[in-house]
Design a protein around this ligand. Structure first.
Ligand code: SF4
Length: 282
């Protein structure tokens, strides 16, 4: 149940747990799309409409945590853990309780205001929540994140989480080359994140691993055909943007963070000693 986090995810934790595979938020550039291929489903519409639920996640997670070494865990790498299915299945309170009782540091990754339902248990557990807000332009959001709530609702979510005492940072990603990376766009986004009360911003540039690449470029070819060639020049075969481009964008966001008094980066959690001792051998 606890799995290695692939490099495309761009998160600081090396391990992750995902109650859902696939995501109704349907972000065009979602790096988790290729995981659906391994389930015999496609990385395009199937990823968005055929969400695989793991109803036994809590039982299996508890069993693995009994032998866990204490490394930090990312929650929700293969699909947003507070997408609409969570209203029905309510898996997250059990996941949070299991990780908290094991004393494992963890970050919940989401774009959904449903996380507020669990704000009390998340605060009590000392969990981190990373809310993704890559840009504040609604026209862009409607095109590339059609199933997620808009930036204003996510900014209000950040304020509410901070108010509820949850350790909350904004994952400013994915920054979309040539679409949401202009200096004024980055500046407006960081300014509004700061105004929402966030204390830290983690810059993330779009990655296009196989599965995501085909889907994203197909969308780009329809919406912005003049940019397809520029993306093909910018990204290598593994789906990483050129190092120079990524450094420039991360540097610009870092400067903006300093100007607005925000920390910049994920703030990697320390490994903790496991609360359950290793199982005794008899
Ligand atoms: S919310 Fe996250 S997991 Fe869901 S589609 Fe968007 S990027 Fe992927």
């Amino acid at each position: 149940m606890i799995e290695r986090v692939p490099v495309w995810a761009g998160v600081s934790e090396g391990w992750g747990v995902s109650p859902y595979r696939g995501c109704a938020h349907a972000c065009v550039g979602c790096g988790a799309r290729s995981g659906h291929g391994r389930l015999g489903l496609d990385a395009g519409r199937d990823f968005e409409t055929r969400v695989v639920v793991r109803p036994n996640v809590v039982v299996r997670l508890r069993a693995e945590l009994a032998r866990w070494g204490g490394e930090p865990v990312a929650v929700g790498v293969s699909g947003d853990v507070y997408q609409v299915a969570e209203r029905t299945y309510r898996l997250m309170p059990g996941v949070v309780a299991a990780l908290a009782e094991a004393g494992v540091p963890f970050t919940v990754y989401t774009k959904s205001p449903l996380v507020l339902r669990d704000a009390g248990v998340l605060a009590e557990a000392g969990a981190s929540v990373a809310v993704s807000i890559a840009f504040v332009d609604e026209r862009i959001r409607r095109g590339v994140e059609p199933g997620a709530v808009g930036a204003q609702a996510r900014l209000e979510l950040v304020s509410a989480l901070v108010e509820a005492g949850v350790a909350c940072r904004v994952r400013m990603g994915p920054v979309l080359p040539l679409l949401s990376d202009a200096a004024d766009q980055l500046g407006a986004t960081v300014r509004r994140i700061a105004a929402a009360g966030a204390v830290a911003v983690e810059p993330v540039v779009l990655r296009l691993p196989p599965g995501t690449r085909e889907w994203y470029l197909e969308w780009l070819g329809g919406a912005h055909p003049e940019l397809v060639g520029r993306y093909e020049e910018l990204y290598d075969r593994s789906g990483l943007p050129s190092a120079g481009y990524e450094e420039r964008i991360v540097g610009q966001i870092g400067q903006l963070c300093r100007a607005y008094g925000l920390a910049c980066g994920a703030g990697v959690a320390e490994r903790r000693e496991p609360r359950f001792g290793q199982l005794a051998l008899v």
